[in-house]
Design a protein around this ligand. Structure first.
Ligand SMILES: Nc1nc2c(c(=O)[nH]1)N(C=O)[C@@H](CNc1ccc(C(=O)N[C@@H](CCC(=O)O)C(=O)O)cc1)CN2
Ligand SMILES: Nc1ncnc2c1ncn2[C@@H]1O[C@H](COP(=O)(O)OP(=O)(O)OP(=O)(O)O)[C@@H](O)[C@H]1O
Length: 200
């Protein structure tokens, strides 16, 4: 249905649809998402896991923090502030983290630079999606932050770390996302209703 839309039309449409969810619908979808993720073997095995702080109707992965099965895991959030060459780094995050808003007004943990991780240090990277397709191509907010941050890893012959899990609402799936040379495809997608492994 959206296959002929340009990226920016599709982004606008999906962001609008996301923002118009009721708080109840958003919460229900987010709990559904977390139930799906908890069943994934890649989640169960992962020790170092990056989440994101949700905004504007993005499905919320943070309930994972409070789940018993997440005891012993280490969680991180993406950090932009002071970042080098517009690449994301990942700050340790827990219930008592001190937070500050970044340039997009998204809260991020206020931590010493020395404690920031690169994506290669994570076992599982959970990415927010604006839209996605069945081949694992994603549309994000348009800043290119995740693609730039993963670019150096995608040249390796055997991609091992981190596993890339895109998450979103089921309605964000579309027939085809226009592809760019720098796109790094996802290994898995989870929605509030299901998880999909993307075949290589
Ligand atoms: N929750 C969340 N965190 C994230 C991302 C994301 O998509 N979602 N990112 C994924 O890459 C990175 C940040 N990228 C972003 C890119 C654009 C905008 C954005 O809202 N742009 C506004 C203009 C905001 C302003 O300038 O004040 C816009 O386009 O309307 C936000 C985050 C890292 N953290
Ligand atoms: N590996 C890269 N090297 C240089 N520039 C890049 C790279 N990846 C992305 N970019 C830049 O980022 C811009 C936005 O890319 P794109 O529209 O694919 O963002 P997106 O994937 O939707 O957003 P995000 O990754 O923030 O969720 C592009 O115009 C491109 O110039």
């Amino acid at each position: 249905m959206f296959s002929d839309s340009t990226k920016s039309d599709l982004r606008k449409k999906m962001r609008q649809q996301r923002r118009s969810l009721s708080p109840q619908a958003l919460q229900q979808a987010s709990l559904g998402l977390c139930q799906q993720i908890l069943q994934l073997r890649h989640y169960q095995k992962a020790r170092h896991i990056a989440l994101y702080w949700p905004m504007q109707g993005e499905i919320n992965p943070l309930p994972l923090l409070y789940h018993l099965r997440s005891f012993r895991k280490h969680f991180y959030l993406p950090v932009l502030s002071g970042s080098f060459a517009q690449k994301l780094r990942f700050a340790p995050f827990h219930a008592n983290s001190r937070m500050r808003p970044n340039a997009f007004r998204i809260p991020e943990p206020l931590v010493a630079v020395a404690s920031l991780l690169g994506p290669q240090d994570l076992d599982l990277l959970i990415l927010p999606l604006v839209a996605f397709d069945a081949e694992g191509y994603r549309l994000g907010m348009g800043g290119g932050f995740y693609d730039r941050s993963l670019a150096s890893l995608s040249h390796r012959q055997h991609w091992q770390h981190p596993h890339l899990l895109g998450v979103g609402h089921a309605f964000q799936q579309v027939a085809h996302i226009p592809r760019e040379p720098w796109d790094v495809p996802l290994g898995m997608v989870c929605t509030d209703q299901a998880c999909y492994r993307i075949p290589l």
